[in-house]
Design a protein around this ligand. Structure first.
Ligand SMILES: Nc1ncnc2c1ncn2[C@@H]1O[C@H](COP(=O)(O)OP(=O)(O)OP(=O)(O)O)[C@@H](O)[C@H]1O
Length: 594
């Protein structure tokens, strides 16, 4: 059927219809669709189109890469019988012209307008020009088409636009057009980019944790509300990152904030929020949520995501009642925080990322479902993670040729067992300081530095390694100080574990050096408490049953070992050296602390 001469559309109505037009005498006139360069268009005949021409709007000319007066091959297109109806279109909306002023478009108007193209065939990567009654010429850039096959969403390269086709408007930040009131579809825009590179984010060894955070806290926000509501999923509003200091908790929280399209995250520090003036701490918490509150009231589910990063959250959330400042400030602050996440006026547009080194000190109420419910441990990095961290922190040196040839990062990762990310960073800095020192002329501090002589060598790293010691794991003194009370046989489970481990160690005598065993004793039952108190010898034997009774009546039937030791220490404070704790003192300490 051959080539047609490209012409402009006769008027605005034809230009915004997404049809292509031929003359009334054209032999293609009998067909409903034509195909060119892989795109399919609805075809209409029009009295104002000259014979032998095809009228295209500017957006169509662009995707077909032709200009007015060019020739264009057109072929009639008969939709195959199995051409599917599109269930969901992922597309970006931008202006028809490259330069377009920022504007806000209501999604309802947008969708109603786009559904006027019902019955047309859409192809992936196609651009569709349209106008809106409220003004403005826009183009829809189709990124992905999904069809519904037996409840599963599958990709399709082409399909019919149907009455019930759903739209998800994405925006990678390149379009100045924001879509308001997306009825939950807005969520698909939360990530700035489609892929994540951890190394470029400067985070080493935390891929698994990141994946877990994504899966558990963000997946629900990527899908449109229409899907999450059908699945009965509620957005996660709080994450707790916990683990030893310097392992990258703050780093990961900040990077999450940067990756998301939401508002700039707010970062606060627990102790900063607390204020000695009555009501001021609560006010600080309210202020923290004020912007999210205002936007949620104005825009509801279409509001952007507000991220609040709460460092040292344990400072404000210590178990309620456990703080003895007599003011009850901590309680009201925690309550205030809980209301915002989970109360009657709770907000759906917030994500609270709490961080702590002391998860055990947190008020359990804060960790219930609907609150800080996703708990992610950020532990010490393994060897692979350490290598990544070394690479991250030496990348600048390496780029600028300051890293000597013989530096073996793999070897360094191997020997830095128990080092946290921050300690690895410290070690790199220390090694660099050695290299710099070597190049300083102490006789003449004004002598010019010869840059090309500055090389950080393996020897510098070795010297730094002698100096920087990890806070965890390696220090025997620290371990001893944790066991001031010796090992207390506190129950059947403990005895069983000890026997099994002893047998294992005996069986592999000679290998014993390489064993590292750590025991975690979560909570003690009544009989176990009796054994522990007996072992610690801090009450007279006669008083022990009553001491346990007091403990369980004031606290609970099951008490964490750490808590028990803390209480004992408090109770012992006013008791003279060598004397047992009197029951009255014990009761008073329990009441003060519970
Ligand atoms: N996994 C890591 N990858 C790269 N750098 C890291 C990593 N962990 C820590 N660091 C380095 O150590 C610095 C301090 O880490 P960060 O403040 O994130 O630790 P943290 O776990 O929040 O510690 P704290 O509990 O003491 O607040 C970071 O700014 C970064 O330079």
């Amino acid at each position: 059927m051959g080539s047609r001469v490209v012409d402009n559309c006769p008027d605005k109505a034809t230009a915004t219809s997404n049809f292509v037009y031929v003359s009334e005498a054209d032999e293609l006139g009998g067909y409903k669709y034509v195909e060119s360069t892989g795109f399919v268009f609805g075809l209409r005949a029009h009295a104002l189109v000259p014979d032998g021409s095809v009228a295209l709007n500017g957006v169509q000319r662009r995707i077909l890469r032709v200009a007015a007066k060019d020739g264009l091959e057109l072929r009639p297109y008969r939709p195959p019988k199995d051409l599917p109806f599109v269930a969901m279109v992922y597309a970006k909306v931008t202006g028809v012209l490259d330069k377009v002023r920022p504007a806000e478009v209501q999604s309802e108007e947008l969708i109603n307008r786009l559904l006027k193209f019902k019955g047309q065939i859409l192809t992936k990567n196609q651009h569709v020009a349209f106008d809106l009654d409220s003004g403005g010429n826009y183009k829809l850039m189709i990124e992905q088409l999904l069809i519904d096959v037996e409840g599963k969403s599958l990709d399709t390269p082409r399909g019919f636009l149907a009455e019930n086709t759903a739209f998800i408007f994405t925006n990678d930040g390149s379009s100045p057009i924001t879509i308001a009131g997306q009825k939950g579809y807005a969520s698909s825009q939360i990530f700035k980019t489609k892929t994540i590179s951890f190394e470029s984010l400067g985070i080493g060894g935390l891929d698994k944790q990141f994946e877990a955070i994504f899966r558990r806290a963000f997946a629900s926000r990527v899908f449109p509300a229409s899907i999450t509501q059908r699945l009965g999923i509620k957005h996660v509003k709080g994450i707790l990152l916990y683990g030893p200091p310097g392992t990258g908790k703050t780093l990961i929280a900040r990077q999450i904030g940067k990756m998301l399209n939401g508002k700039e995250p707010k970062i606060v520090n627990g102790p900063e929020v607390l204020n000695k003036f009555v009501g001021q701490s609560e006010e600080n918490i309210r202020n923290l949520f004020a912007d999210a509150d205002a936007e949620f009231k104005a825009k509801g589910d279409a509001s952007a995501l507000h991220i609040i990063i709460f460092d040292e959250i344990d400072a404000i959330c210590k178990q309620r009642g456990s703080v003895r400042d007599g003011s009850g400030v901590h309680d009201t602050v925690v309550n205030q925080l809980l209301t915002k996440i989970d109360g009657v006026d709770s907000l759906n547009n917030i994500l609270l990322i709490g961080m702590t080194n002391r998860k055990d000190m947190l008020d359990e109420a804060l960790l219930r479902p609907g609150r800080l419910e996703v708990l992610i441990e950020i532990g010490l990095p393994d060897e692979k993670g350490r290598l990544q961290i070394f690479k991250i922190h030496t990348s600048k040196m390496s780029e600028n040729a300051f890293l000597a040839q013989g530096v073996d990062l793999e070897r360094l990762a191997e020997i830095t067992k128990n080092f946290s990310g921050a300690e690895i960073e410290g070690l790199v800095k220390d090694a660099a300081a050695y290299a710099l020192n070597r190049n300083i002329n102490f006789d003449d501090l004004h002598a010019p530095l010869e840059e090309e002589n500055i090389k950080v060598t393996m020897h510098d790293f070795e010297k730094a390694f002698e100096e920087v010691k990890p806070a965890f794991g390696a220090s025997t003194e620290a371990l001893e100080s944790y066991r001031t009370h010796g090992i207390i046989p506190c129950g059947e489970a403990f005895d069983h574990l000890r026997e099994t481990l002893t047998t294992l160690v005996q069986q592999s005598m000679g290998l014993a050096e390489v064993f590292n065993v750590s025991l975690h004793v979560p909570s003690l039952r009544v009989d176990e408490m009796v054994k522990v108190l007996r072992h610690l010898d801090c009450f007279s034997v006669m008083d022990i049953p009553q001491a346990v009774d007091l403990l369980t009546s004031i606290s609970s039937k099951v008490v964490p070992m750490k808590k028990l030791l803390l209480w004992l220490e408090m109770a012992r404070q006013d008791v003279p050296e060598g004397q047992k704790i009197p029951l009255a003192r014990w009761e008073q300490a329990l009441r003060d602390l519970s």
